[in-house]
Design a protein. Sequence first.
Lengths: 481, 492
Amino acid sequence: MSDFTTTIGLEVHCQLLTQAKMFCRCSTDYIGKEPNTLVCPVCLGLPGSLPVLNQKVVELALRAALALHCQILPQTLFHRKNYFYPDLPKGYQISQYDLPIGIDGFLEFYSQGVRKKARIRRIHIEEDAGKLVHEGAFLPPGTSGVDCNRCGIPLVEIVTEPDLSSPEEARDCLMMLRNIVCYLEVSDGNMEEGSLRCDANISLSSSSLTGVKVEVKNMNSFRSVYRALSYEVERQRKLLEEGKPVFQETRHWDEIKGVTVSARGKEEAEDYRYFPDPDLLPFSLKTEMIEEIKSGLLELPLEKEERFMTQYELSQGEAEILVQDREIADFFEDTLRNFNKPRMVCNWIVTEVFRNLKELGTTISRAKITPSHLAELLKMVDRKEISGTMAKSVLEEMFTSGARAREIVTRRGMALINDEKELENIVKEVIEKNPQSVADYLSGKEKALQFLIGQVMKETRGQADPELTRNILIKVLSSEE
Amino acid sequence: MKIEEFKDFTIQDYHHLLEEKKISPLELIDIFLERIEEGEDKIHAFLFVNEEKAKNEAREKTDNWPEELPPLWGLPVAIKDNICTQGMPTTCGSKMLENFVSPYDATVVERLKAAGAIILGKTNMDEFAMGSSTENSTFGPTHNPLDLRRTPGGSSGGSAASVCALEAPCALGSDTGGSVRQPAAFCGVVGLRPTYGRVPRYGVVGLASSLDQAGPITRKVEDAITILEVISGKDSRDSTCAPYPPFSRNEIPSLEDIRKIKVGVPREYFSSRVEKVIGEKIQEALGKLKGEGVELVEVSLPHTDYALEAYYIVASAEASSNLARYDGVMYGLRVEGEDLQDMYFETRTLGFGKEVKRRIILGTYSLSSGHYDEYYLKSMKVRTLVRKDFEEALKQCNLLITPTTPSFPFFLGEETQDLYERYTDDIFTIPSALAGLPSLSLNCGYEGGLPVGLQIIGGPFEEGKLLGLALWLEKLLALPSPFPELKEGRGQ
């Protein structure tokens, strides 16, 4: 059995969050739009039309390049990448070639609790192509058409060095990359809608074998990146162990079958005949512009994660979950301003807040709850004015109605029952109804006590003071003996 | 009024007539439509005559005569068929775009219209502006109105012929390596190639993006000035257009200052390649200037001989990419095939003519990996050397004077026995195009009824000086404007 080293590099395309396309003023908001409604002579490549660079594109790409610690080239330009395809109206794609906007950067991330680093080879700007549409709503059966709404939408391509050594690492690296571009509002990072697309190069090597690079495409989620690369590791390992060669080729991930399929035959060695686009002038990035964007860069996910770990004494896992979404991280810190118990706030966010968001299918910024409202609720729990169970139900209402915790508690007449006499009566009723649990408890099964507490809570609709209930139960049960 | 009366008219003269209401836009358009009707059978300058719409527009203008007339109000203008005109064909002389109607106006057309001009029609040209005779037009050649057996030059041959025959008072052409100046020279009219970046390219169908410039073809230098004032100036839709205001005649120096201009005569442009008579005519004109006290200096442009090769490589490379969009998918010709590859193949095989294919192949080759450094990159370096030649020469003088072409208009059908020789016809117009400099061709005399073009080349954005000298020289030469009889039959 030989030992193989896995080597993976990523090529990630990110759609930039601009209002207008890269070289014209057409809107980029194309998802769900009728085909060919967001087009003009420029993005359709009509005879005589010319591109004019949207400066916002440069700004966003620069932001990403700086966040990835890239070296910014003082002068850069656009090339034409020439090839024929129906979704490419000009017959060439305007892209960057040997002078990309950024080179030699790096990206740090955590994978299975360990801090890792992937070098960034380059980041360049290019325009997106259109989409082929096959029969359906807009087309008669058996026909295909071209939808040019996506033509000319700005992209950055980020290429890492082959520094990743497992499918997990590749996935975690990609997640961090997505996180960064979302944080910086460079891209919305949506993989399902295709605003973030990832290809990977993967090879297996050993002390006696040099790796052969296989390119894997068509991975549309973090999960499929992980699955596709895991599949590819196994496929290549098997071949190598059997003494068979691995071919240098492009393979497509089939999500349904869970396999990669060779794209051979479709691919000839293409010569893109790159040359500087004479319709666009070379442009230089002024130091002041670079400095301005640099100083405007927000705290990046990893920095935030590490700050949360030290400042709020959270575990790496806890901090990681919070920073995955900048809005959640902000919500967390805003809540702390009114209720400074980081662990407790963190627990409530990652469990209850997340659950409510998921059920309502919304995001924190669109939800009706505010950080100060959550803080108010948690304060009440902390002061034992309401129980955790009550708080969960209150939170649910806060999410649906937008009302404040105190208001809901008052309206519902919810208050913690901390009258010993009253509780004792309820406890006695519960004990009477559950002789088996009582017996279990008495025979030493601690778990039975939790069950009985739960029953009291049920009786009181969660309004019993949990501490007090527990004490009374133990007291009454011990008198049963 | 009769067309003959307009023989020596400038745009300003039409303007005064209209201002004084001595003629209406409708009457004016009718006179030109009639002249077209009369001449087109022999000349074939137009691919499309905008008869109906032009008349409607003229009528509309006649009914709404404003107090103050914009500079080109009511003036018919012919447009080369590679300049986009909304709602009219823009074929580029190619089968590929035979049925293509542009949904938008080129910036230059927009500006002409805004100045009150009426688009008279679209003029014939070599397919995608590749050629110097209009014989590469899919729709048949244009005949030189001065001798119908001969070429009017190209690629803007239709524009030059229409202006020469007075089928149009003025026209727009486009110049990549000489396509405005050479036909102007062959037809005895004025052709101006502005500085690269002076006039917006938006809507001018790209042949070679780094070289293309639209420019006026007119009967008088004065008219080139008027048109340039209208069409030049920055354009937010063209990144390569300079961020300068439109050209103004105020930039033209006074005659007193023009007299002080030092004229450079590049020795490479007076080699044995030039037909003897042409050289003599240019010398005569230079002699006139000298007689007026203008200082002439001999200068050298040592890389002139390399410019031609560099031009054909750069222009073909850019063209091969610019013409990739004609693939049968979205617009223009489509020839169905068994599959996608086949459709591309059939469409481009049938849609493009021989010269276009030749240049696409040449351009594709020079951009291919393995050949890029040797051809494209090297040509770009030569281009820099050519530009430096002009910089050096223009340190010793203010303007250069050369012949526009080494020879007289050749006979139609004589074409392309020797392709290389045909390419060398552009030898004097190519270098200044490569350098992006403003250049103008002006008739400086006739020999056996055929005109001789004199070229003036200036420094970047120095159209003022250039046009100033051209105006004065035109006056000194005092040549009659062409007004051909059109008596001979076609192809005699």
